[in-house]
Design a protein. Structure first.
Length: 260
């Protein structure tokens, strides 16, 4: 979370009322709450984003009705060079099995490239596979890399996976979404609540948990997450130690693409 510009999903009038997404820092937010002013991706001006770096920041934003925190894939200090690569796996229907399949195959490919992937249920419908990377490349280069990975995986499994943007072209296949790897785009942050019945939580997993038949995107909720946190070490602890240089793995990706 630290030093990532945020988009807040707020429900100040309660979950029974309409919520809203907020990028621009509210005028009434206190001066001690950290932030960063950034140019809009479309060049239409600037946005003063909120940051959430300390427990007091989190408490204040929660008190303002913030339920879900969506964060940039880059941090203050290197805002145009992401340190996360994100693959969004949303199932084509209600079954979680396509997500399970896609996550396993994506993990295998990323490890084949020498990268270290991390898994998280989104608390919504699917899962995110996140790769820590060194903040050396710009968003365009990172997105091109993510696209190439997704394209290669879809070519390996054309009956089950697709990179087709249009829903009517997916034909029941899981869409490998890499569009969040763009400047100004966000991903739901670990341990964020979702504004859904039961208050599901975006929950980091270890890869062994993917084999559990009962697992789905909303397996962990406000009522059972505390027990999990007390019994299990955070699977994403030390994630930054696994950051890789994309330049060092691009040749291998090119090689695998030629073989596909």
């Amino acid at each position: 979370w630290r030093d990532r510009p945020l988009t807040l999903q707020r429900f100040p009038d309660g979950l029974d009322a309409d919520g809203f997404f907020q990028q621009q820092r509210a005028d009434h937010f206190p001066g001690w709450l950290p932030g960063q002013r950034l140019d809009r991706a479309d060049g239409s001006g600037r946005v003063a984003h909120v940051l959430c770096n300390e427990p007091a920041d989190l408490r204040y934003l929660a008190d303002q009705g913030t339920v879900t925190f969506h964060g940039w894939l880059s941090r203050r200090g290197a805002i145009d060079r992401p340190d996360r690569l994100l693959f969004d796996l949303d199932p084509p229907g209600s079954s979680f099995e396509p997500v399970r399949f896609a996550a396993r195959e994506l993990r295998a490919l990323l490890r084949e490239l020498g990268l270290t992937p991390f898994l998280m249920t989104t608390g919504s419908r699917g899962a995110h596979v996140v790769v820590p990377i060194e903040p050396r490349s710009g968003f365009d280069a990172v997105r091109r890399f993510a696209n190439a990975v997704a394209d290669l995986l879809a070519r390996r499994h054309p009956e089950r996976l697709t990179t087709a943007q249009r829903k009517n072209a997916r034909e029941g296949r899981l869409f490998l979404d890499v569009q969040r790897n763009s400047r100004g785009q966000t991903g739901v942050l670990p341990y964020s609540l979702r504004a859904r019945p039961g208050a599901p939580v975006a929950t980091p997993l270890d890869w062994r948990e993917l084999d559990r038949d009962t697992l789905d995107a909303q397996s962990y909720r406000l009522d059972n997450l505390r027990q999990r946190l007390g019994a299990k070490r955070d699977p994403w602890a030390g994630i930054d130690r696994h950051a890789a240089r994309l330049d060092s793995v691009r040749p291998r990706l090119t090689e695998l693409g030629r073989e596909a």
